[in-house]
Design a protein around this ligand. Structure first.
Ligand SMILES: Cc1ncc(COP(=O)(O)O)c(C=O)c1O
Length: 378
């Protein structure tokens, strides 16, 4: 089976580096917030092109902490994407915010024209969590124009590390960017991890305080913070095995995406386009099949030996947990619903071999199509 992710191949490639990181951390006798986290934070900030990175326990926490230090308080409305990992909406809720879900573009990302209009029309929405979904970079010029009007922004870069908009790194349009090191991410740890990046020294200091029980100096608590510390061990893994490979892994993802874009020629398998200025890092490779044909397409791919996934089966506002949570819809929910009904993700991890990439293309091109799917449904 051609898998969505194949961590055993990653281990086979990088085991000596992981082991070195383990040995160094173990021998140091220091396991929480020490030299490894500091070293990784410096390397990550340099790779990203921002002065400060603050390691935290997850991407979810990075977004929550970002919102809190930007001043989000109970009941504040936060514009965000309609299609994303649930963590995006959950972070808003945990910060006390009320998610306001933006309309969806044909490629599944938030419609930035609509976002700009919503924020202009309703100045009481003072926070925005745009999501650089699938590894595509949203239009940073438009995001910067929104930020310049006083909207405080945490860019959700969980899927988009190293992605650029006309040469400029994602996460640099607003005041803070959130990264995730969940193992499937483009830069994955051997467990959970995340980071908040910013160019503002004071925000970085506040994030360091928030991640460690709100401490400023030992046992002096200035806010009711979180326990959200990146482990020394995960930081060492990321610095030793992950970051040095990130450029190579990203190049491989881009090469696979190019092969899919050139090779998939099925009239009913649509590849949603990223905006022209986006230099995507292809965290995922979404395709759209006709409404009602998703299960048939996925079954066909599985029979051809190709695992697929859905990102995501439902828009955030249709998740059962949202029934109990205050939220708002800013615009027509149907395009996001239709997008989710049609979306299927193909494997695109950096350890896919060339013959596997060809096998995915051939399997997609051999699909019998929507009419056959309708007949199979009876
Ligand atoms: C777009 C997006 N935002 C936020 C997150 C949350 O990251 P984490 O799993 O590290 O909490 C993820 C990953 O799951 C994600 O894909």
């Amino acid at each position: 089976m051609i898998l969505m992710n194949d961590f055993r191949r990653q281990w086979a490639d990088a085991a000596p580096d992981f082991r070195r990181a383990l040995d160094r951390t173990g021998a140091s006798g220091w396991y929480i917030l020490g030299r490894e986290v500091e070293r990784f934070e410096r390397s990550l900030a340099a790779a990203w092109g921002l002065p400060h990175a603050v390691g935290v326990a997850s991407g979810l926490d990075a977004i929550e902490i970002g919102l809190r230090i930007l001043g989000c308080r109970a009941g504040d409305r936060v514009l965000t994407a309609p299609v994303s990992a649930f963590a995006t909406a959950l972070a808003v809720l945990r910060a006390g915010g009320v998610p306001v879900f933006a309309p969806c573009s044909p490629n599944g990302l938030a419609d930035l024209d609509a976002c700009a209009e919503i924020l202009e029309r309703d100045p009481s929405i003072r926070f925005f969590v745009p999501v650089h979904l699938y590894g595509h970079c949203l239009d940073l010029d438009r995001l910067a124009a929104i930020a310049a009007r006083g909207v405080r922004m945490v860019e959700d870069c969980a899927q988009s590390i190293l992605a650029r908009w006309n040469g400029r790194p994602c996460g640099t349009a607003g005041e803070a960017a959130a990264a995730s090191f969940y193992p499937t991410k483009n830069l994955g740890a051997l467990g959970d991890g995340g980071a908040l990046l910013t160019r503002d020294e004071d925000l970085a200091a506040q994030a360091r305080c928030w991640r460690d029980y709100g401490q400023q100096g030992k046992y002096h608590h200035i806010v009711a913070g979180l326990n959200s510390r990146l482990d020394e061990l995960q930081a060492a893994f990321l610095a030793e095995a992950g970051l040095p490979r990130l450029e190579k892994w990203t190049a491989r993802r881009r090469a696979i995406a190019r092969a899919y874009i050139e090779g998939i020629r099925h009239p009913e398998v649509e590849i949603p386009a990223a905006a022209p200025g986006s230099d995507s890092v292809w965290h995922l490779f979404p395709v759209l099949v006709p409404d009602g044909a998703k299960e048939h397409f996925r079954r066909h791919m599985e029979q051809c030996g190709v695992q697929t996934a859905e990102h995501y089966p439902l828009p955030l506002f249709d998740q059962p947990a949202m029934r109990e949570a205050r939220h708002e819809l800013a615009g027509d929910p149907e395009p996001a619903r239709r997008f989710c009904r049609r979306e299927v993700s193909l494997p695109i991890h950096p350890y896919l071999a060339d013959d596997e990439v060809q096998a995915v293309i051939e399997a997609a091109n051999r699909w019998a199509g929507a009419q056959q799917a309708a007949r199979a449904k009876g």
